[in-house]
Design a protein around this ligand. Structure first.
Ligand code: ATP
Ligand code: MG
Length: 424
């Protein structure tokens, strides 16, 4: 029989790694709460039409990366490839957009991509979206939140911020025409992907990785020369605000985002430590999307970060993660001793809820249980045998710092003794 294994690009995240994820998630939820963002929990599956209409038909995601299937009713469903579409759908449907609305979410996203370091088919994002504010102070707020997160996670020195403005829909259309005219004159110098994009999504050619295409682009018209006045003023103001709080950035004129719905500010946080998959967080303004999906004309700006890439970076940088370790291992030999140990352990757990106490299960000799206690990494073993049950006491044995020191403690004083070992 062939072995059952996980689907390629969909990984197990093991207990050894989850402390890093939990640390990241705790930090993010704490920081976001402190800026007034509320968590929204969204379905993993949405109607396919939602993604086609929001992300755009001629994007990589919709063209070749979506997990789309018909359900038993023959309705087309898609495992969400990103979170913004569902978040906007929910915000409209649930009537959240009558005033400024700050939301965040986290969870798995699904894209049929070539799995490699920092690129999976099921990956995880934390997304942050803000609705109802058209001015660049909100763009700044989101970027500043990222900067604070990187500081709190200990990765601030290894990520850099790139920003750009891609202007209004109108100004971008004019630029698009100029870019296409230039590239059509030089079409033979374009790589295959870019040739295809010339017809469908020419702005994406700007971030082509092909060296010849990049050389050709040096002579191309520049997006910044085509910006409308408002976009230019907003971009200027954003830079001023970032300077004010000391968030460093570089303007990258080639930065365009893959999805159709962006306008004005776009940004990415990039690291050099992860090879080709260096973008750990990306976002921008998408003022037209709410209306495009059937809501009122409500401005919006947001970003999403890739948890796997951030975890890789934290590992790469040896960021110290608070880890839960076993504090106490409880050993009991004999049926009566097991009962007494169970009750005493439950009392200790109620009194000292911060400690991790593992109660041996599955019986066995003292010797084999003590081996488990040692292996668990616990600092202390609490031991019950027949003698301890009769004497209404327990043995407290130091497994690490006390050179095996042990003493019998009356059960009534157990809590006090444990407290004195582990501190308040
Ligand atoms: P890339 O250019 O690397 O494919 P993207 O522009 O497709 O990224 P977005 O849709 O903006 O990515 O998603 C935001 C973030 O989510 C990315 O910056 C990245 O950190 C993460 N991400 C996107 N796709 C993947 C994936 N397949 N595996 C792991 N992380 C991903
Ligand atoms: Mg991608």
């Amino acid at each position: 029989m062939s072995k059952l294994t996980a689907i390629r690009g969909m990984n197990d995240i093991l207990p050894e790694e989850t402390p890093c994820w939990q640390h990241l998630e705790r930090t993010v939820s704490h920081v976001l709460a402190s800026y007034g963002y509320g968590e929204i929990r969204l379905p993993l599956v949405e109607k396919t039409a939602l993604f086609k209409r929001s992300i755009g038909e001629v994007t990589d995601i919709v063209e070749k990366e979506m997990y789309t299937f018909n359900d038993r009713n023959e309705d087309s469903m898609t495992l969400r490839p990103e979170g913004t579409a569902g978040c906007v759908r929910a915000a409209i449907q649930q009537g959240l957009l009558s005033t400024t609305c700050r939301l965040w979410y986290t969870g798995p996203m699904f894209r049929y991509e070539r799995p490699q370091k920092g690129r999976q088919r099921q990956f995880h994002q934390i997304g942050v979206e803000s609705f109802g504010v058209p001015t660049p102070d909100m763009d700044a707020e989101l970027i500043i939140i990222c900067a604070r997160l990187w500081r709190e996670l200990g990765i601030a020195d290894s990520v850099r911020l790139e920003i750009n403005s891609i202007g209004s829909t109108e100004s971008r259309a004019i630029y698009r025409a100029a870019l296409v005219a230039y590239l059509e004159k030089n079409v033979s110098a374009l790589d295959e992907d870019s040739k295809r994009r010339l017809k469908t999504n020419p702005l994406r050619i700007l971030d082509s990785k092909n060296a010849d295409t990049q050389t050709l682009l040096e002579g191309a018209p520049s997006l910044s020369d085509y910006l409308d006045q408002e976009s230019e003023a907003d971009f200027h103001r954003l830079q001023q605000l970032l300077n004010e709080v000391g968030v460093k950035f570089v303007v990258n004129e080639r930065l365009v985002r893959g999805l159709d719905y962006y306008n004005k500010t776009v940004f990415e946080w990039v690291t050099d430590q992860l090879g080709a998959q260096g973008t750990v967080c990306a976002g921008g303004r998408y003022d037209g999307l709410v209306e495009q999906l059937g809501g009122k004309a409500v401005s919006a700006v947001g970003f999403a970060m890739g948890i796997e890439r951030l975890v890789l970076l934290m590992k790469e940088l040896d960021v110290v993660i608070p880890r839960a370790a076993v504090d106490i291992y409880v050993v009991a030999a004999g049926e009566k001793a097991e009962c007494v140990a169970l009750a005493a352990t439950e009392r200790l757990r109620s009194a000292l809820s911060d400690l991790c106490i593992v109660l041996h299960a599955g019986a066995g000799s003292f010797k084999s249980q003590m081996k488990r206690a040692d292996k668990s990494g616990a600092r202390v073993a609490l031991i019950w045998g027949e003698n301890e049950v009769a004497a209404q006491s327990a043995i407290v044995k130091q497994l690490r710092d006390g050179k095996g020191e042990q003493s019998a403690i009356p059960i009534a004083e157990l809590e006090k003794t444990v407290r004195s070992i582990f501190g308040p």
